[in-house]
Write a protein that binds this ligand. Structure first.
Ligand code: TXA
Ligand code: MG
Length: 317
């Protein structure tokens, strides 16, 4: 059910959940200070309670309301990447609900870059916790229609058009001048390294692991087979054809035409990311037996797209 800005704001203030647009994916939002509202997020998503939520704030000045430490490195990254597809995990103030942080000592914060949602945060005076607006382990939504298809029409949606980044934010945990990359996104590891002046720490006891990074995540309902290249894809196609099974394919930056319904994504990582979930939603809706994807090259520029495809896939490369 579509709602306008005033209605979305009123519902959030009443303690209801509302799906909101961001530049990455649609989020299922609730007032970050209302535990009953926060619990509804987990209920609607059918998400386990040990998977913490990102708090969306209106501007960098609100970090101090949620975090006990905002180190010079964390400030530098926030100033460079906010509003934008970048989430900072920082030591949490004691009042931050355990429903949000799933018993972690930290809280994840992000200023999203979407005019409607920034307006909503301003108008309501709220900060909202919001995971992606899909059922647990399923494909993230990048349009209002995806949200309705995945969560049902009873969930109110503020329609802000198609998401322009298209995959979830980069997540970085910062402790002092150390940082850890918890999730790849379109703010690249190289861009963060350049600003930080040093590379990410790979494992550090004092920094949190990434809870909720389950292997099978972001998945279409149809089995998705990951292929190294179109030759391997054509091999699978042949085997499936002989077994009387139907296939559809996703090709990225590749002009080959396999002998089945195919969606082609652009060769530029930013454009491919923007269209990735939409393409997977479309392919999933075809009702074929198997989806085949020819993976992009394993280079830093493709890290975030490769991460999402690897999690969506049934066969690891
Ligand atoms: O782009 C995005 O980040 C989207 C939009 C809606 O903002 N949100 C999103 O939320 O992707 P979700 O719930 O699907 O993923 C949030 C992830 C969790 O899986 C968890 O790993 C990590 O953020 N996270 C949240 N709080 C954390 C914390 N305190 N420590 C470590 N990781 C945390
Ligand atoms: Mg998600």
């Amino acid at each position: 059910m579509l709602v306008n800005l005033d209605e979305a704001s009123a519902r959030l203030k009443r303690g209801e959940v509302v799906a909101i647009p961001t530049e990455t994916v649609y989020g299922l939002a609730a007032d970050a200070t209302n535990e009953a509202a926060l619990r509804q997020i987990y209920a609607v998503k059918e998400r386990p309670a040990n998977n913490p939520l990102i708090v969306h704030i209106g501007d960098i000045g609100q970090v101090k309301d949620w975090a006990t430490e905002f180190s010079p490195l964390a400030q530098k990254l926030a100033q460079a990447f906010w509003p934008g597809p970048f989430t900072l995990v920082l030591p949490a103030k004691s009042h931050v609900s355990m429903v949000i942080r799933a018993n972690e000592p930290t809280v994840a914060l992000r200023v999203p870059n979407h005019p409607l949602t920034l307006q909503l945060l301003k108008q309501s005076g709220l900060s909202v916790a919001a995971p992606s607006a899909n059922k647990y382990t399923q494909l993230s939504p990048t349009t209002a229609a995806h949200v309705a298809a995945g969560l049902g029409d009873a969930v109110p949606v503020l329609d802000g058009g198609a998401c322009t980044v298209g995959i979830e934010s980069t997540i970085v945990s910062v402790a002092g001048d150390d940082w850890v990359l918890l999730r790849h996104g379109m703010i690249s590891e190289a861009a963060i390294t350049a600003l930080a002046g040093k590379p990410a720490i790979k494992t550090l006891q004092t920094l949190p692991k990434a809870p909720g990074q389950h292997l099978l995540h972001y998945s279409p309902r149809t089995p998705l087979i990951l292929c190294a290249d179109t030759a391997e894809l054509n091999g699978f196609l042949q085997t499936h054809f002989l077994a009387n099974k139907t296939c559809a394919a996703l090709l990225i930056g590749n002009t080959a035409q396999p002998n089945c319904t195919t969606i082609h994504l652009p060769a530029e990582p930013e454009k491919a990311a923007e269209q990735l979930y939409s393409a997977l939603h479309t392919l999933d809706g075809l009702g074929v037996d198997t989806l085949l994807v020819a993976l992009p090259p394993n280079t830093p520029a493709w890290a975030a797209v490769l991460d999402r495809l690897t999690r969506a896939g049934y066969k690891k490369v």
